[in-house]
Design a protein around this ligand. Structure first.
Ligand code: URA
Length: 491
Protein backbone atom coordinates (compact mmCIF):
# COMPACT_ATOMS: atom_id res chain seq x y z
CA UNK A 1 0.00 0.00 0.00
CA UNK A 2 1.35 3.42 -0.93
CA UNK A 3 0.52 6.69 0.72
CA UNK A 4 0.73 10.20 -0.73
CA UNK A 5 0.80 13.24 1.51
CA UNK A 6 -0.78 16.38 0.14
CA UNK A 7 -0.07 19.89 1.36
CA UNK A 8 -3.60 21.18 1.77
CA UNK A 9 -7.24 20.11 1.41
CA UNK A 10 -7.55 21.11 -2.27
CA UNK A 11 -3.97 20.36 -3.35
CA UNK A 12 -4.64 19.67 -7.01
CA UNK A 13 -0.99 20.09 -8.08
CA UNK A 14 0.16 17.61 -5.43
CA UNK A 15 -2.56 15.14 -6.46
CA UNK A 16 -1.75 15.48 -10.17
CA UNK A 17 1.95 14.91 -9.64
CA UNK A 18 1.33 11.84 -7.47
CA UNK A 19 -1.37 10.49 -9.79
CA UNK A 20 0.99 10.72 -12.80
CA UNK A 21 3.68 8.90 -10.84
CA UNK A 22 1.28 6.22 -9.63
CA UNK A 23 0.01 5.63 -13.19
CA UNK A 24 3.58 5.35 -14.46
CA UNK A 25 4.26 2.77 -11.73
CA UNK A 26 1.02 0.97 -12.60
CA UNK A 27 -0.29 1.28 -9.01
CA UNK A 28 -3.95 0.20 -8.91
CA UNK A 29 -6.37 2.54 -7.08
CA UNK A 30 -6.90 0.17 -4.17
CA UNK A 31 -3.14 0.28 -3.48
CA UNK A 32 -2.96 4.03 -3.10
CA UNK A 33 -4.18 6.31 -0.32
CA UNK A 34 -3.98 10.06 0.15
CA UNK A 35 -3.53 12.02 3.38
CA UNK A 36 -3.74 15.78 3.80
CA UNK A 37 -1.16 17.55 5.99
CA UNK A 38 0.70 16.05 8.88
CA UNK A 39 -1.79 13.36 10.01
CA UNK A 40 -0.48 9.95 11.18
CA UNK A 41 0.80 7.59 8.49
CA UNK A 42 -1.19 4.47 7.67
CA UNK A 43 0.12 1.40 9.51
CA UNK A 44 1.54 -0.42 6.48
CA UNK A 45 1.80 2.52 4.10
CA UNK A 46 5.00 3.37 2.24
CA UNK A 47 5.70 6.56 0.33
CA UNK A 48 5.15 6.38 -3.41
CA UNK A 49 8.53 5.84 -5.17
CA UNK A 50 9.72 7.93 -8.13
CA UNK A 51 8.46 6.90 -11.55
CA UNK A 52 10.94 5.07 -13.81
CA UNK A 53 12.62 7.44 -16.27
CA UNK A 54 11.36 5.45 -19.27
CA UNK A 55 7.72 5.29 -18.10
CA UNK A 56 5.31 5.74 -21.03
CA UNK A 57 3.21 8.90 -21.15
CA UNK A 58 -0.58 8.83 -20.97
CA UNK A 59 -3.43 10.99 -22.05
CA UNK A 60 -6.84 11.95 -20.69
CA UNK A 61 -9.99 13.32 -22.34
CA UNK A 62 -9.90 17.08 -22.72
CA UNK A 63 -12.60 17.65 -20.13
CA UNK A 64 -10.98 15.55 -17.41
CA UNK A 65 -8.46 18.07 -15.94
CA UNK A 66 -11.24 20.57 -15.37
CA UNK A 67 -13.40 17.90 -13.74
CA UNK A 68 -10.49 16.70 -11.55
CA UNK A 69 -9.87 20.25 -10.29
CA UNK A 70 -13.46 20.32 -9.00
CA UNK A 71 -13.36 16.79 -7.58
CA UNK A 72 -10.39 17.55 -5.32
CA UNK A 73 -12.28 20.57 -3.96
CA UNK A 74 -15.13 18.39 -2.71
CA UNK A 75 -15.51 17.78 1.03
CA UNK A 76 -15.63 14.00 0.54
CA UNK A 77 -12.64 12.57 2.48
CA UNK A 78 -12.16 10.03 -0.35
CA UNK A 79 -11.98 12.68 -3.08
CA UNK A 80 -8.30 12.25 -4.01
CA UNK A 81 -8.53 8.45 -4.13
CA UNK A 82 -11.77 8.71 -6.11
CA UNK A 83 -10.21 11.10 -8.64
CA UNK A 84 -7.31 8.68 -9.05
CA UNK A 85 -9.70 5.76 -9.58
CA UNK A 86 -11.40 7.72 -12.36
CA UNK A 87 -8.06 8.50 -13.96
CA UNK A 88 -7.08 4.84 -13.74
CA UNK A 89 -10.33 3.71 -15.34
CA UNK A 90 -10.06 6.33 -18.08
CA UNK A 91 -6.79 4.71 -19.17
CA UNK A 92 -8.59 1.41 -19.63
CA UNK A 93 -12.15 2.29 -20.65
CA UNK A 94 -12.43 4.48 -23.73
CA UNK A 95 -15.37 6.90 -23.71
CA UNK A 96 -16.00 6.33 -19.99
CA UNK A 97 -16.67 10.00 -19.31
CA UNK A 98 -19.60 9.93 -21.70
CA UNK A 99 -21.34 7.07 -19.85
CA UNK A 100 -23.65 9.04 -17.59
CA UNK A 101 -25.12 5.86 -16.07
CA UNK A 102 -21.76 4.65 -14.78
CA UNK A 103 -21.88 5.10 -10.97
CA UNK A 104 -18.41 6.73 -10.84
CA UNK A 105 -19.29 9.17 -13.61
CA UNK A 106 -22.63 10.02 -12.02
CA UNK A 107 -20.88 10.57 -8.68
CA UNK A 108 -18.19 12.72 -10.33
CA UNK A 109 -20.82 14.95 -11.93
CA UNK A 110 -22.71 15.28 -8.65
CA UNK A 111 -19.49 16.25 -6.88
CA UNK A 112 -18.57 18.72 -9.60
CA UNK A 113 -22.02 20.31 -9.41
CA UNK A 114 -21.84 20.61 -5.62
CA UNK A 115 -18.44 22.28 -5.81
CA UNK A 116 -19.55 24.67 -8.52
CA UNK A 117 -22.59 25.61 -6.47
CA UNK A 118 -20.49 26.18 -3.38
CA UNK A 119 -18.04 28.33 -5.28
CA UNK A 120 -20.95 30.33 -6.66
CA UNK A 121 -22.32 30.84 -3.14
CA UNK A 122 -18.94 32.09 -2.01
CA UNK A 123 -18.92 34.64 -4.85
CA UNK A 124 -22.44 35.74 -4.04
CA UNK A 125 -22.44 35.78 -0.23
CA UNK A 126 -18.94 36.67 0.84
CA UNK A 127 -18.74 40.19 2.30
CA UNK A 128 -15.57 42.17 2.82
CA UNK A 129 -15.29 44.46 5.82
CA UNK A 130 -12.79 47.28 6.07
CA UNK A 131 -10.46 46.65 9.02
CA UNK A 132 -7.76 49.31 8.74
CA UNK A 133 -5.17 50.67 6.34
CA UNK A 134 -1.79 49.55 5.09
CA UNK A 135 0.51 52.26 3.68
CA UNK A 136 -2.53 54.44 3.28
CA UNK A 137 -4.58 51.81 1.43
CA UNK A 138 -7.72 50.31 3.00
CA UNK A 139 -7.47 46.68 4.02
CA UNK A 140 -10.48 44.37 3.83
CA UNK A 141 -11.19 41.04 5.48
CA UNK A 142 -13.97 38.56 4.89
CA UNK A 143 -14.97 35.48 6.86
CA UNK A 144 -16.72 32.70 5.00
CA UNK A 145 -17.70 29.09 5.74
CA UNK A 146 -17.93 27.04 2.55
CA UNK A 147 -19.11 23.43 2.57
CA UNK A 148 -16.34 22.33 0.22
CA UNK A 149 -12.69 23.29 -0.25
CA UNK A 150 -13.36 26.06 -2.73
CA UNK A 151 -10.96 28.79 -1.60
CA UNK A 152 -8.26 28.08 -4.22
CA UNK A 153 -10.90 27.63 -6.90
CA UNK A 154 -12.75 30.85 -6.13
CA UNK A 155 -9.97 33.23 -5.06
CA UNK A 156 -9.06 34.24 -8.67
CA UNK A 157 -12.61 35.59 -9.02
CA UNK A 158 -12.03 38.03 -6.15
CA UNK A 159 -8.62 38.93 -7.54
CA UNK A 160 -10.17 39.88 -10.88
CA UNK A 161 -13.07 41.60 -9.18
CA UNK A 162 -11.06 43.64 -6.65
CA UNK A 163 -7.59 43.91 -8.18
CA UNK A 164 -6.77 47.25 -6.57
CA UNK A 165 -7.76 46.35 -3.00
CA UNK A 166 -5.77 44.67 -0.26
CA UNK A 167 -7.90 41.84 1.05
CA UNK A 168 -7.87 38.59 2.98
CA UNK A 169 -10.47 35.84 2.97
CA UNK A 170 -10.55 33.62 6.03
CA UNK A 171 -12.32 30.28 6.14
CA UNK A 172 -12.04 27.47 8.68
CA UNK A 173 -9.92 25.34 6.30
CA UNK A 174 -7.92 27.81 4.26
CA UNK A 175 -7.22 31.50 3.86
CA UNK A 176 -6.03 33.67 1.03
CA UNK A 177 -4.43 37.09 0.96
CA UNK A 178 -4.16 39.50 -1.98
CA UNK A 179 -1.77 42.43 -1.63
CA UNK A 180 -2.63 44.02 -4.96
CA UNK A 181 0.11 42.07 -6.78
CA UNK A 182 0.33 38.57 -5.41
CA UNK A 183 -2.01 35.98 -3.97
CA UNK A 184 -0.85 33.90 -0.99
CA UNK A 185 -2.65 30.92 0.50
CA UNK A 186 -2.34 29.86 4.13
CA UNK A 187 -4.04 27.44 6.56
CA UNK A 188 -7.54 28.11 7.84
CA UNK A 189 -8.45 30.61 10.50
CA UNK A 190 -10.18 30.57 13.84
CA UNK A 191 -13.67 32.12 13.93
CA UNK A 192 -12.31 34.57 16.54
CA UNK A 193 -10.40 36.23 13.67
CA UNK A 194 -13.68 37.04 12.01
CA UNK A 195 -13.91 40.79 11.32
CA UNK A 196 -16.46 42.79 13.29
CA UNK A 197 -18.79 45.64 12.34
CA UNK A 198 -17.27 48.30 10.16
CA UNK A 199 -17.82 51.53 8.39
CA UNK A 200 -18.66 50.05 5.01
CA UNK A 201 -21.52 48.06 6.45
CA UNK A 202 -23.95 50.95 6.33
CA UNK A 203 -23.00 51.54 2.71
CA UNK A 204 -23.48 47.91 1.91
CA UNK A 205 -26.95 47.90 3.47
CA UNK A 206 -27.92 50.87 1.32
CA UNK A 207 -26.62 49.07 -1.75
CA UNK A 208 -28.51 45.89 -0.88
CA UNK A 209 -31.72 47.83 -0.42
CA UNK A 210 -31.23 49.34 -3.84
CA UNK A 211 -30.56 46.04 -5.64
CA UNK A 212 -33.34 44.13 -3.89
CA UNK A 213 -35.85 43.37 -6.62
CA UNK A 214 -39.36 43.16 -5.17
CA UNK A 215 -40.96 42.28 -8.51
CA UNK A 216 -39.01 39.02 -8.56
CA UNK A 217 -39.50 38.15 -4.93
CA UNK A 218 -39.87 34.44 -4.36
CA UNK A 219 -39.33 33.82 -0.67
CA UNK A 220 -38.85 30.04 -0.94
CA UNK A 221 -36.42 30.30 -3.82
CA UNK A 222 -34.55 33.06 -2.03
CA UNK A 223 -34.13 30.97 1.08
CA UNK A 224 -32.99 28.01 -1.00
CA UNK A 225 -30.45 30.19 -2.79
CA UNK A 226 -29.31 32.01 0.30
CA UNK A 227 -29.44 29.30 2.97
CA UNK A 228 -29.74 30.50 6.57
CA UNK A 229 -26.26 29.07 7.16
CA UNK A 230 -24.83 32.17 5.44
CA UNK A 231 -27.09 34.71 7.10
CA UNK A 232 -25.03 35.35 10.21
CA UNK A 233 -22.13 36.55 8.06
CA UNK A 234 -24.30 38.74 5.89
CA UNK A 235 -24.87 42.29 7.09
CA UNK A 236 -27.93 42.56 4.85
CA UNK A 237 -29.64 39.60 6.53
CA UNK A 238 -31.20 42.07 8.99
CA UNK A 239 -32.97 43.68 6.04
CA UNK A 240 -34.46 40.59 4.51
CA UNK A 241 -37.64 40.34 6.53
CA UNK A 242 -38.56 44.05 6.40
CA UNK A 243 -37.85 44.06 2.67
CA UNK A 244 -40.08 41.07 2.10
CA UNK A 245 -42.84 42.76 4.06
CA UNK A 246 -42.52 45.95 2.02
CA UNK A 247 -42.13 44.19 -1.33
CA UNK A 248 -45.53 44.98 -2.79
CA UNK A 249 -45.29 48.69 -2.23
CA UNK A 250 -41.65 48.72 -3.36
CA UNK A 251 -42.63 46.86 -6.52
CA UNK A 252 -45.02 49.64 -7.47
CA UNK A 253 -42.46 52.34 -6.69
CA UNK A 254 -39.68 50.54 -8.51
CA UNK A 255 -41.29 50.95 -11.89
CA UNK A 256 -41.48 54.69 -11.29
CA UNK A 257 -37.85 55.18 -10.24
CA UNK A 258 -35.26 54.44 -12.86
CA UNK A 259 -31.63 53.73 -12.02
CA UNK A 260 -28.95 55.46 -14.06
CA UNK A 261 -27.50 53.47 -16.92
CA UNK A 262 -24.90 53.92 -19.66
CA UNK A 263 -25.67 56.19 -22.62
CA UNK A 264 -27.70 55.72 -25.77
CA UNK A 265 -24.45 55.80 -27.81
CA UNK A 266 -24.40 52.05 -27.86
CA UNK A 267 -27.81 51.55 -29.45
CA UNK A 268 -27.00 54.10 -32.14
CA UNK A 269 -23.57 52.63 -32.88
CA UNK A 270 -25.25 49.25 -33.19
CA UNK A 271 -27.64 50.58 -35.76
CA UNK A 272 -24.72 51.92 -37.81
CA UNK A 273 -22.75 48.69 -37.60
CA UNK A 274 -22.56 45.79 -40.01
CA UNK A 275 -22.35 42.12 -39.22
CA UNK A 276 -20.28 41.49 -42.33
CA UNK A 277 -17.23 43.37 -41.05
CA UNK A 278 -16.53 40.90 -38.31
CA UNK A 279 -14.21 38.25 -36.96
CA UNK A 280 -14.18 34.62 -38.07
CA UNK A 281 -16.24 32.24 -35.98
CA UNK A 282 -14.24 29.17 -34.92
CA UNK A 283 -15.84 25.85 -35.92
CA UNK A 284 -18.37 24.84 -33.25
CA UNK A 285 -17.05 27.73 -31.19
CA UNK A 286 -14.01 25.66 -30.30
CA UNK A 287 -15.91 22.52 -29.24
CA UNK A 288 -15.84 19.11 -30.88
CA UNK A 289 -19.47 18.94 -31.82
CA UNK A 290 -22.71 20.90 -31.54
CA UNK A 291 -24.56 20.23 -28.28
CA UNK A 292 -27.37 17.70 -28.24
CA UNK A 293 -29.51 19.41 -25.65
CA UNK A 294 -29.67 22.65 -23.70
CA UNK A 295 -27.81 21.21 -20.71
CA UNK A 296 -24.93 20.21 -22.94
CA UNK A 297 -25.02 23.60 -24.65
CA UNK A 298 -24.94 25.35 -21.29
CA UNK A 299 -22.08 23.17 -20.12
CA UNK A 300 -20.07 23.81 -23.30
CA UNK A 301 -20.77 27.53 -23.12
CA UNK A 302 -19.40 27.59 -19.59
CA UNK A 303 -15.98 26.86 -21.09
CA UNK A 304 -16.33 29.11 -24.14
CA UNK A 305 -13.23 31.17 -24.89
CA UNK A 306 -14.12 32.02 -28.47
CA UNK A 307 -13.74 35.73 -27.80
CA UNK A 308 -11.77 37.58 -25.12
CA UNK A 309 -14.85 38.53 -23.07
CA UNK A 310 -14.74 35.28 -21.06
CA UNK A 311 -11.68 36.34 -19.12
CA UNK A 312 -12.71 39.36 -17.07
CA UNK A 313 -16.29 38.11 -16.73
CA UNK A 314 -17.36 36.02 -13.75
CA UNK A 315 -19.11 33.38 -15.77
CA UNK A 316 -21.03 32.64 -18.94
CA UNK A 317 -24.63 33.74 -18.54
CA UNK A 318 -26.52 31.26 -20.66
CA UNK A 319 -30.21 31.44 -21.46
CA UNK A 320 -32.81 30.21 -19.00
CA UNK A 321 -36.23 28.72 -19.45
CA UNK A 322 -38.04 25.59 -20.64
CA UNK A 323 -36.51 23.59 -23.49
CA UNK A 324 -39.90 23.62 -25.26
CA UNK A 325 -40.66 27.31 -24.75
CA UNK A 326 -42.74 28.73 -27.63
CA UNK A 327 -40.89 32.05 -27.43
CA UNK A 328 -37.29 33.15 -26.94
CA UNK A 329 -36.58 36.66 -25.68
CA UNK A 330 -33.12 37.85 -26.70
CA UNK A 331 -31.36 40.71 -24.90
CA UNK A 332 -27.99 42.22 -25.59
CA UNK A 333 -25.52 40.95 -22.99
CA UNK A 334 -25.60 40.29 -19.23
CA UNK A 335 -25.03 43.25 -16.93
CA UNK A 336 -23.18 43.47 -13.64
CA UNK A 337 -25.79 41.65 -11.57
CA UNK A 338 -26.45 39.01 -14.21
CA UNK A 339 -22.72 38.33 -14.41
CA UNK A 340 -22.54 37.69 -10.67
CA UNK A 341 -25.70 35.62 -10.44
CA UNK A 342 -25.32 33.73 -13.73
CA UNK A 343 -28.90 34.49 -14.78
CA UNK A 344 -30.14 36.79 -17.56
CA UNK A 345 -32.26 39.86 -16.88
CA UNK A 346 -32.31 40.05 -13.11
CA UNK A 347 -30.86 43.58 -12.74
CA UNK A 348 -32.45 46.98 -13.42
CA UNK A 349 -33.31 46.19 -17.06
CA UNK A 350 -34.73 42.86 -15.89
CA UNK A 351 -37.06 44.70 -13.54
CA UNK A 352 -38.49 46.74 -16.42
CA UNK A 353 -38.78 43.58 -18.50
CA UNK A 354 -40.57 41.73 -15.68
CA UNK A 355 -42.95 44.62 -15.10
CA UNK A 356 -43.90 44.76 -18.81
CA UNK A 357 -44.44 41.01 -18.91
CA UNK A 358 -46.62 41.26 -15.82
CA UNK A 359 -48.60 44.14 -17.35
CA UNK A 360 -49.22 42.05 -20.46
CA UNK A 361 -50.17 39.00 -18.38
CA UNK A 362 -47.19 36.89 -19.46
CA UNK A 363 -45.64 34.24 -17.26
CA UNK A 364 -41.87 34.63 -17.65
CA UNK A 365 -41.35 31.04 -16.47
CA UNK A 366 -42.99 29.81 -19.72
CA UNK A 367 -40.51 31.69 -21.89
CA UNK A 368 -36.83 31.20 -22.64
CA UNK A 369 -34.75 34.31 -21.92
CA UNK A 370 -31.25 34.76 -23.26
CA UNK A 371 -28.77 37.27 -24.64
CA UNK A 372 -26.99 37.87 -27.95
CA UNK A 373 -23.65 37.94 -26.10
CA UNK A 374 -23.20 35.59 -23.17
CA UNK A 375 -20.44 37.34 -21.22
CA UNK A 376 -20.58 40.69 -19.45
CA UNK A 377 -18.37 43.24 -21.18
CA UNK A 378 -17.33 46.07 -18.94
CA UNK A 379 -14.74 48.67 -18.14
CA UNK A 380 -13.51 48.77 -14.54
CA UNK A 381 -13.94 52.16 -12.89
CA UNK A 382 -12.71 52.03 -9.31
CA UNK A 383 -14.72 49.30 -7.66
CA UNK A 384 -17.49 49.56 -10.26
CA UNK A 385 -17.83 47.77 -13.55
CA UNK A 386 -19.32 49.91 -16.24
CA UNK A 387 -21.24 48.26 -19.09
CA UNK A 388 -19.31 48.41 -22.38
CA UNK A 389 -20.77 47.83 -25.79
CA UNK A 390 -20.04 44.43 -27.37
CA UNK A 391 -18.49 44.87 -30.81
CA UNK A 392 -19.60 43.20 -34.04
CA UNK A 393 -16.94 40.51 -33.77
CA UNK A 394 -18.10 39.53 -30.29
CA UNK A 395 -21.73 39.52 -31.36
CA UNK A 396 -20.96 37.39 -34.39
CA UNK A 397 -18.84 34.85 -32.49
CA UNK A 398 -21.43 34.54 -29.75
CA UNK A 399 -24.23 34.19 -32.29
CA UNK A 400 -23.26 30.55 -32.56
CA UNK A 401 -24.70 29.97 -29.08
CA UNK A 402 -27.92 31.74 -29.92
CA UNK A 403 -28.20 29.51 -32.99
CA UNK A 404 -27.80 26.43 -30.80
CA UNK A 405 -30.50 27.71 -28.47
CA UNK A 406 -32.81 28.36 -31.42
CA UNK A 407 -32.09 24.98 -32.96
CA UNK A 408 -32.68 23.10 -29.69
CA UNK A 409 -35.79 25.00 -28.63
CA UNK A 410 -37.30 25.71 -32.05
CA UNK A 411 -39.61 28.46 -30.80
CA UNK A 412 -42.45 29.84 -32.91
CA UNK A 413 -41.48 33.38 -31.97
CA UNK A 414 -38.26 35.21 -31.19
CA UNK A 415 -38.44 38.61 -29.54
CA UNK A 416 -35.39 40.80 -30.08
CA UNK A 417 -34.99 43.28 -27.24
CA UNK A 418 -33.02 46.05 -28.94
CA UNK A 419 -30.84 46.44 -31.98
CA UNK A 420 -28.01 44.15 -30.87
CA UNK A 421 -30.42 41.27 -30.40
CA UNK A 422 -32.13 41.99 -33.73
CA UNK A 423 -28.76 42.05 -35.52
CA UNK A 424 -27.77 38.79 -33.92
CA UNK A 425 -31.01 37.04 -34.87
CA UNK A 426 -31.07 38.38 -38.43
CA UNK A 427 -27.35 38.30 -39.14
CA UNK A 428 -27.33 41.91 -40.27
CA UNK A 429 -28.06 45.19 -38.60
CA UNK A 430 -31.47 46.85 -38.74
CA UNK A 431 -32.96 49.91 -37.11
CA UNK A 432 -35.57 49.63 -34.41
CA UNK A 433 -37.54 52.33 -36.19
CA UNK A 434 -37.87 50.24 -39.38
CA UNK A 435 -38.61 46.92 -37.76
CA UNK A 436 -40.40 47.50 -34.48
CA UNK A 437 -43.63 45.71 -33.50
CA UNK A 438 -44.07 43.82 -36.78
CA UNK A 439 -44.05 40.05 -37.12
CA UNK A 440 -41.18 39.25 -39.49
CA UNK A 441 -40.87 35.80 -41.08
CA UNK A 442 -37.44 34.31 -40.56
CA UNK A 443 -35.79 32.36 -43.42
CA UNK A 444 -36.43 28.96 -41.75
CA UNK A 445 -40.12 29.47 -42.62
CA UNK A 446 -41.22 28.34 -39.14
CA UNK A 447 -40.15 31.15 -36.84
CA UNK A 448 -41.32 34.74 -36.58
CA UNK A 449 -39.35 37.64 -35.19
CA UNK A 450 -40.71 40.60 -33.28
CA UNK A 451 -38.32 43.48 -32.70
CA UNK A 452 -38.84 45.90 -29.85
CA UNK A 453 -36.71 48.19 -27.72
CA UNK A 454 -34.29 47.04 -25.07
CA UNK A 455 -35.75 47.67 -21.58
CA UNK A 456 -32.58 49.55 -20.60
CA UNK A 457 -33.45 52.08 -23.31
CA UNK A 458 -36.56 52.99 -21.33
CA UNK A 459 -34.51 53.39 -18.15
CA UNK A 460 -32.08 55.74 -19.86
CA UNK A 461 -34.71 58.16 -21.10
CA UNK A 462 -34.26 61.34 -19.07
CA UNK A 463 -37.79 62.65 -19.55
CA UNK A 464 -40.43 60.98 -17.30
CA UNK A 465 -43.15 61.59 -19.87
CA UNK A 466 -41.12 59.87 -22.60
CA UNK A 467 -40.43 57.08 -20.18
CA UNK A 468 -44.11 56.54 -19.48
CA UNK A 469 -44.89 56.59 -23.21
CA UNK A 470 -42.15 54.11 -24.01
CA UNK A 471 -43.16 51.85 -21.14
CA UNK A 472 -46.68 51.69 -22.56
CA UNK A 473 -45.37 50.99 -26.08
CA UNK A 474 -43.12 48.26 -24.67
CA UNK A 475 -46.06 46.73 -22.81
CA UNK A 476 -48.08 46.82 -26.04
CA UNK A 477 -45.31 44.88 -27.75
CA UNK A 478 -45.48 42.34 -24.96
CA UNK A 479 -49.23 42.18 -25.62
CA UNK A 480 -48.41 41.32 -29.27
CA UNK A 481 -46.13 38.57 -28.00
CA UNK A 482 -48.93 37.13 -25.90
CA UNK A 483 -51.33 37.24 -28.83
CA UNK A 484 -48.84 35.25 -30.92
CA UNK A 485 -48.03 32.66 -28.25
CA UNK A 486 -51.10 32.67 -25.96
CA UNK A 487 -49.91 29.61 -24.03
CA UNK A 488 -47.45 31.77 -22.08
CA UNK A 489 -50.27 33.73 -20.43
CA UNK A 490 -50.25 33.85 -16.65
CA UNK A 491 -52.42 31.00 -15.38
N1 URA B 1 -29.35 43.60 -20.36
C1 URA B 1 -29.42 42.57 -21.25
O1 URA B 1 -29.47 42.76 -22.44
N2 URA B 1 -29.44 41.34 -20.78
C2 URA B 1 -29.39 41.05 -19.48
O2 URA B 1 -29.40 39.87 -19.14
C3 URA B 1 -29.34 42.13 -18.59
C4 URA B 1 -29.31 43.40 -19.04
Amino acid sequence: MYEVRLDHPADFDGWREAARRALALNVPPEELSFTVGEGPAGLFAEPLPDAPADAPGFSVPRSFPDLAVKLVCHADPERFAFAYRLLWRLQREKGLLEIAADPDIARAHEMEKAVRRDSHKMKAFLRFREVGTEEGRPVYIAWFEPFHHVVELTAPFFMRRFPGMIWTILTPQRSVHWDGAEMTFAPGADPSQKPAEDAVEALWLTYYRSIFNPARLKVKAMQAEMPKKYWHNLPEAVLIEPLIRGAEEASRRMIETAPTLPSLRHERAMERGEMARTAKVPAFNGFNKPPEDLDEAREQARHCKACPLWEPATQTVFGMGPADAPVIFVGEQPGDQEDLAGEPFIGPAGKVFDAALAAAGIDRAQAYVTNAVKHFKFEPRGKRRIHAKPNMGEIKVCRWWLEQERELIRPRLIVALGATAAASVLGHSVTIRDTRSRLIDLPDGATKLLVTVHPAYILRLPDPEAQRRETLAFEEDMGRVKAEVPEIALG
